[in-house]
Design a protein around this ligand. Structure first.
Ligand SMILES: Cc1ncc(COP(=O)(O)O)c(C=O)c1O
Length: 383
């Protein structure tokens, strides 16, 4: 049983059936899941989630699957909120590195794999900077499905390469960026029955990432922090959390009117969303010669650019680029001072939060949540 009603084009608003295989809308834009929120409001009590123990699967009434007895499970948990001392703000890190496959990509890919299986698909392909490929490989193998991943050869972390292979995916390494890998995937699967699960090119990964927002709201007692700082590549997490907050608001489940200000953090060597935000643009131009050690956010062009920019503006948020040196400094600082080993993308959020506090954008005493999206143990560590 699912409360999912239809899929809606994020640009035109046109509606499409959810009971068949869909990719992008005819307008070439992401399709968004729309639920019968009035029925959920009448039939579901938000306290039910606290009594469940299945991590992101807890939120099944707000997810698109039909049969939760058959979804792939690998020991999903609610990821912890870890308070970190800071002289200026109330700083909390949501540590997504504790999820199966060691990253938040488990959320999106578990949903995409589960839904693909319900729709009769058994071969899934996509480009990845590493963590998403690992999560796809794991959840597809868990379901007895095949998976194919194309990663950039130059800066995909070795651990990602090893885990993708070991968890049963076919892997190709390509000389290029993630969007070049996306083109290669399309070439490889053209005319076959392989399905493309690239970021936002099917509707369900976003629903998995949405659970970060649902879980955060539940952990905060159905209130929310003032600011959320998110390392932004394809942007599914940013868009997904904002979608979660809109749905929770429509359901009347939030204890406060005010939603968090959403902050997109990118690396100075690849910051197409920051540039577009600063220019007041509605779409982001491709970032040429992208370069950063934070592989997960080396995304020169994203199909969700409009949705990300809308999210930042609607939430009165902002976008910030940080240098690799700042990332490394924040990475070392938190490990040394707090014993918490972030991933480089998580360290980027700390560097950005620090800068936003220094310039007064984050006010004294504000409640700020940073997303550490993967375990630091996957990465070669700086000296
Ligand atoms: C560790 C890490 N952080 C951040 C990101 C970016 O996430 P999103 O695609 O939701 O913007 C990725 C994506 O690969 C990642 O692996």
């Amino acid at each position: 049983m699912s409360y999912l009603q239809q899929l809606q084009c994020s640009l035109s608003g046109e509606l499409f059936p959810a009971d068949r295989i869909q990719q992008l809308s005819p307008a070439g834009r992401p399709l968004l899941c729309r639920y019968d929120l009035a029925r959920i409001r009448a039939e579901v009590d938000r306290d039910v989630f606290a009594r469940r123990n299945g991590g992101f699967w807890n939120y099944e009434e707000l997810l698109p699957c039909q049969d939760y007895a058959r979804v792939p499970r690998l020991g999903e948990i609610r990821t912890p909120l870890i308070r970190v001392a800071h002289p200026h703000m109330r700083l909390t890190i949501k540590d997504e590195g504790r999820l199966p496959t060691g990253s938040f990509k488990a959320r999106g890919l578990a949903l995409a794999v589960a839904r693909a299986r319900e729709l009769g698909i058994d071969k899934l392909a996509m480009p990845s900077n590493g963590n998403a490929g690992a999560a796809l490989a794991a959840y597809a193998s868990r379901c007895g499905m095949r998976s194919l991943v194309v990663c950039p050869a130059d800066n995909t972390p070795q651990m990602n390469i090893d885990e993708i292979r070991m968890q049963g995916a076919e892997l190709e390494l390509l000389d290029g960026m993630i969007d070049d890998c996306g083109k290669r995937v399309r070439e490889l699967i053209a005319g076959s029955d392989w399905f493309d699960v690239s970021t936002l090119k099917e509707p369900y990964r976003l629903e998995g990432k949405k659970t970060m927002g649902l879980e955060l709201a539940e952990q905060y007692g159905w209130k929310l922090p003032d600011v959320i700082v998110y390392p932004t590549g394809g942007g599914t997490g940013l868009i997904g959390m904002w979608k979660a907050f809109q749905e929770l608001k429509a359901l009347g489940w939030l204890e406060q009117e005010q939603l968090p200000r959403m902050v997109a953090v990118q690396a100075s060597g690849c910051a197409p969303i920051v540039r577009a935000f600063d220019e007041g643009a509605e779409e982001a131009k491709r970032w040429e010669h992208a370069d950063t050690l934070a592989a997960g956010i080396r995304v020169p062009a994203a199909v969700g650019d409009r949705l990300m920019l809308q999210t930042l503006r609607e939430s009165n948020g902002t976008a910030r680029a940080v240098s690799d040196d700042d990332i490394v400094a924040a990475w070392k600082q938190l490990a040394r001072d707090e014993g918490l080993l972030l991933c480089p993308e998580g360290a980027a959020t700390l560097a950005a939060a620090q800068q936003l506090a220094d310039c007064g954008w984050i006010q004294p005493g504000e409640d700020v949540v940073l997303f550490n999206c993967a375990t630091g143990l996957k990465y070669p560590l700086p000296d």
